[in-house]
Design a protein around this ligand. Structure first.
Ligand code: PRX
Length: 660
C-alpha cells in the first residue's frame, strides 16, 4: 500500500483506538521489559556497549562511539571475528550438536539438517578453499546463489577470512550482476548451476557467464551443484565447489579483525539508476543484528525455531537468517522455494513439521495468503507459533489483523518492524511483552535508537501530525557509507537536514506519540517488499530500441503494496496496430526483466504519444501516479499541455492490467 490509500486506512484505524496488550503469560516470560527503555535512554552508548559485550571479542573494545558526522565508528579498538561469533563460540560452549538450520528445499523430499558442528566444518572448509584460491583479507567476493545452505556457508567463510561478501539476489539479471561485481571490484564469484523455483530448475550459471564477459578481473568462479543441469565451463576460471571445498581441512584457525573491518556490501536501489553499495562493518552490525533479534523476537535459544522467510540476497536475510540468529545460537528454518511450491499450504506444513515458533515475513506474503483463504492455514496445527513479525513495507491494518487471527491464533504478538538495508537492523518496532501494538503501526524506536518525524524544514512535528522520518543519532548497525562514493553517502542521507539521517520514508506520529510508517517519499518504489527506483526501470526501458522516453511510477496495489506502471513514448510515432502494440508491450516487459530482474517487470505499460511535462520540461510524476491510481487529477494548469494527461487517462482506461 502506498500514498493516499494507506494514509486513509491509517486515519480510519486511528479512530478505532485499537491496540493489543500482551497477555500476562507472555509478558511474564518476555526478554524485554519497560526498564530497558529507561536504561537505554539514560545512556544509549553505555547501553549499546553492554549489548556489544555479549559478543565474543578477541580484544575487548574500550572505545564505544567516535562520531565525525556523518562517519561513525563503533567499538573501534576491539577485534573480533564474525564467523566465530556465529559458530565457534556455540561449539565451544558445548552446543555443537544443536541444529543451526533445518533446510527445506523446494522439492518436497529435499531437506537437510545442519548442526553448529556441521556449520563449523563446512565454513572452515570453505574458508580454506577461498584462501587456497588466493582470496585474502579485504578482497570482495560476489555471491549469487539460490536459498541453499552453501549460500550461508559462503557468507560465513568470507567473514571468517575478512573478505567482505556482496550477495546479489539470485533473481537479478546478468547485467545487474555485472554492474554490482564491477562496482564492488570483486575478483571472485560464488554461484550455483541453478536453483528450484516453482517446481522447475532455473539456471543461475548462464547469467554469471554472461555477466563476466564485462568483468575481466574475476579470477575464479566457485560453482555449487544444486540442480544438476548442464552448465558451460570456462577452464582455468570455473571450479566446482564439491571439488575444491570438499578437499579442504575442516579446521580453519580464524583471525580477529578490527570492529570496523567491512563485513559486507549490499546493493540497493536509490533514486538514481545506479544501485548503491551499502557497506556494513563487523562489531556494530553484529551488535545490532543480535540484540534486535533477541529482544524483538523474544528469543529463547533453547527452544525457539525461527523462520525468516526472506531471501539471503536481501538485508533481511543477512540480519535475520544469518547473522542475528547465528550470533544468538538459535535454530532456524531456511526454505528455498516459493510459497505455493507443492501446494498453497506449503508454509503451514513447514511450520507444523518443524514446530516453528517465530515467523518473520512481509506484508505482500500475508496479503497473498489472505487471497488464498483462511481455510489453508486453518487445516494445519500452527500452535507452535508464539510470535509473528512483519517487515519490508507498510502493513495495512486488515493484513495485520488477518495475520494475528489466522496465523497467530489470536494469541501471538505481532511486531511490525521498520528498518532498511542502510540501518543494518531493526530500528522501529514494538517490543513484545512490553508494548500494546496497534494494527499497522511500527510504534516506537528500538531502545538506544533516536528517531523523529520532522516537517520540510526539519522541525519536529507534534503528536497527531505526519512528516519525514529521520534518525537523529548514530546507531551501531548503521551503514558506514556507499562503497567507493563518500560524496553520494553524504548527499543521499545527510544533506537534507543538518546532522540527521534522512530515511526517505514518510511517517505519522499519532496522538499517543506512536509511529506509523507511510511509505517512501522519494522515487524509490516498494514492490512486494523489493526496493526499486523509478529511474532504474526508466533507464532499462529507454535502453530498448523502440523507446524514446519513459516515466515510471509506483502505483498502489492490493497485494504487492506497489506495482510498477510505465508510461512510454516510442521513437517511431505513427500508427501501431493493436496486435503490434500488445507484442511490443510484452517485449518491453521482458526487456526490463532481462535488464534488471523479473521483479522489475512493469505491471502495466501505457504507450502514449506524449508525457505530461511542466513548462520547464520536467515530467509530472505525481500526475502520472494519480492517473495510475485512478485518482482525480486536480490542477493541471502548470502543464505545457493539460490535454496530455486526459489522453493518458483515457489510454489507461483502455488497458486491462498486464499481470502475470
Ligand atoms: O520504505 C521502507 C520500507 O522498506 C524500505 C527499506 O527497504 P530495504 O532497504 O530493501 O529493506 C527492507 C527490509 C528491511 C524502507 O525505507 N519498509 C521496511 N520496513 C517497513 C517499511 N515500510 C513500512 N513499514 C515497515 N515495517
Amino acid at each position: 500500500m502506498s500514498g493516499g490509500k494507506h494514509e486513509e486506512a491509517v486515519e480510519a484505524l486511528l479512530q478505532e483506538h485499537r491496540s493489543f496488550a500482551p497477555s500476562a503469560a507472555f509478558a511474564a516470560q518476555a526478554n524485554a521489559t519497560a526498564a530497558i527503555y529507561d536504561e537505554a535512554n539514560a545512556d544509549p552508548e553505555a547501553w549499546w556497549a553492554k549489548q556489544a559485550s555479549a559478543l565474543t571479542w578477541e580484544k575487548p573494545f574500550t572505545k564505544v562511539l567516535e562520531w565525525d558526522a556523518p562517519f561513525a565508528q563503533w567499538f573501534s579498538d576491539g577485534t573480533l571475528n564474525a564467523s566465530v561469533n556465529c559458530i565457534d563460540r556455540h561449539v565451544t560452549a558445548g552446543n555443537g550438536d544443536k541444529v543451526a538450520f533445518h533446510w527445506v528445499g523446494e522439492p518436497e523430499t529435499d531437506t537437510r539438517t545442519i548442526t553448529y558442528n556441521d556449520l563449523l566444518a563446512d565454513v572452515s572448509q570453505a574458508a580454506n578453499a577461498l584462501e587456497s584460491l588466493g582470496v585474502s583479507e579485504g578482497d570482495r567476493v560476489a555471491i549469487y546463489m539460490p536459498m541453499i545452505p552453501e549460500a550461508v556457508v559462503a557468507m560465513l567463510a568470507c567473514a571468517r577470512i575478512g573478505a567482505p561478501h556482496s550477495v546479489i539476489f539470485g533473481g537479478f539479471s546478468a547485467e545487474a550482476l555485472s554492474d554490482r561485481i564491477l562496482d564492488a571490484d570483486a575478483h571472485f564469484v560464488i554461484t550455483a548451476d541453478g536453483g528450484f523455483r516453482r517446481g522447475e530448475a532455473s539456471a543461475l550459471k548462464p547469467a554469471v557467464d554472461e555477466a563476466l564477459k564485462t568483468c575481466p578481473d574475476v579470477k575464479a568462479v566457485l560453482v555449487v551443484r544444486r540442480t544438476g543441469q548442464e552448465v558451460a565451463w570456462m577452464e582455468g576460471r570455473d571450479l566446482w565447489w564439491h571439488d575444491v571445498v570438499a578437499a579442504q581441512s575442516t579446521i580453519h584457525a580464524p583471525k580477529a579483525f578490527p570492529a570496523e573491518h567491512p563485513l559486507y556490501i549490499m546493493y540497493t536501489s536509490g533514486t538514481t539508476a545506479a544501485p548503491k553499495g551499502i557497506f556494513h562493518t563487523t562489531g556494530g552490525y553484529l551488535t545490532q543484528a543480535s540484540t534486535t533479534h533477541r529482544l524483538v523476537f523474544d528469543i529463547k535459544p533453547e527452544t525457539d525455531i525461527c523462520w525468516t522467510s526472506a531471501d539471503i540476497g536481501w538485508v533481511t536475510g543477512h540480519s535475520y537468517i544469518v547473522y542475528g540468529p547465528l550470533c544468538n545460537g538459535v535454530t532456524s528454518v531456511m526454505y528455498e522455494g516459493t510459497p505455493d511450491a507443492g501446494g498453497k499450504d506449503r508454509w503451514w506444513r513447514i511450520i507444523e513439521e518443524y514446530g516453528v515458533t517465530i515467523l518473520y515475513t512481509a506484508p505482500t506474503a500475508i496479503r497473498t495468503f489472505m487471497k488464498w483463504g483462511e481455510a489453508l492455514p486453518a487445516a494445519h496445527d500452527l500452535s507452535s507459533l508464539r510470535l509473528l513479525g512483519s517487515v519490508g513495507e507498510p502493513i495495512n491494518p486488515e493484513a495485520w489483523m488477518w495475520y494475528r487471527k489466522n496465523i497467530g491464533g489470536d494469541r501471538c504478538p505481532v511486531v511490525d518492524t521498520w528498518w532498511q538495508t542502510e540501518t543494518g537492523g531493526i530500528m522501529i518496532t514494538p517490543l513484545p511483552g512490553v508494548a500494546s501494538p496497534k494494527p499497522g503501526a511500527a510504534m516506537t524506536a528500538f531502545p538506544g535508537i533516536s528517531v523523529d518525524v520532522v516537517d520540510n524544514d526539519g522541525v519536529s512535528v507534534p503528536n497527531g501530525h505526519g512528516g519525514l522520518l529521520v534518525i537523529t543519532a548514530p546507531w551501531p548497525g548503521m551503514l558506514r557509507g556507499i562503497w567507493g562514493d563518500p560524496d553520494r553517502y553524504r548527499e543521499t542521507y545527510w544533506s537534507h537536514f543538518d546532522g540527521v539521517y534522512f530515511a526517505g520514508d514518510g511517517a505519522k506520529r499519532d496522538d499517543d506519540g506512536d509511529l506509523w510508517l507511510l511509505g517512501r517519499v522519494d522515487d524509490v518504489m516498494n514492490i512486494s517488499g523489493h526496493r526499486l527506483s523509478t529511474a532504474e526501470v526508466e533507464h532499462a526501458l529507454v535502453g530498448h530500441h523502440a523507446v524514446a522516453e519513459a516515466a515510471v511510477v509506483g502505483a498502489s496495489d492490493d497485494t504487492t503494496g506497489q506495482a510498477i506502471v510505465a508510461f512510454v513514448t516510442l521513437k517511431i510515432s505513427g500508427e501501431v496496430t493493436q496486435g503490434d502494440e500488445a507484442a511490443l508491450i510484452a517485449d518491453l516487459r521482458s526487456h526490463v526483466a532481462l535488464t534488471i530482474s523479473p521483479i522489475a517487470k512493469p505491471r502495466q505499460i501505457i504507450l502514449t504519444p506524449e508525457l505530461p511535462k511542466t513548462r520547464s520540461g520536467k515530467i509530472m510524476r505525481r500526475l502520472l501516479r494519480d492517473v495510475a491510481e485512478h485518482r482525480s487529477l486536480g490542477d493541471v494548469t502548470t502543464l505545457t499541455d493539460p490535454t496530455v494527461v486526459k489522453m493518458i487517462d483515457a489510454l489507461m482506461a483502455n488497458h486491462a492490467n498486464d499481470d502475470d
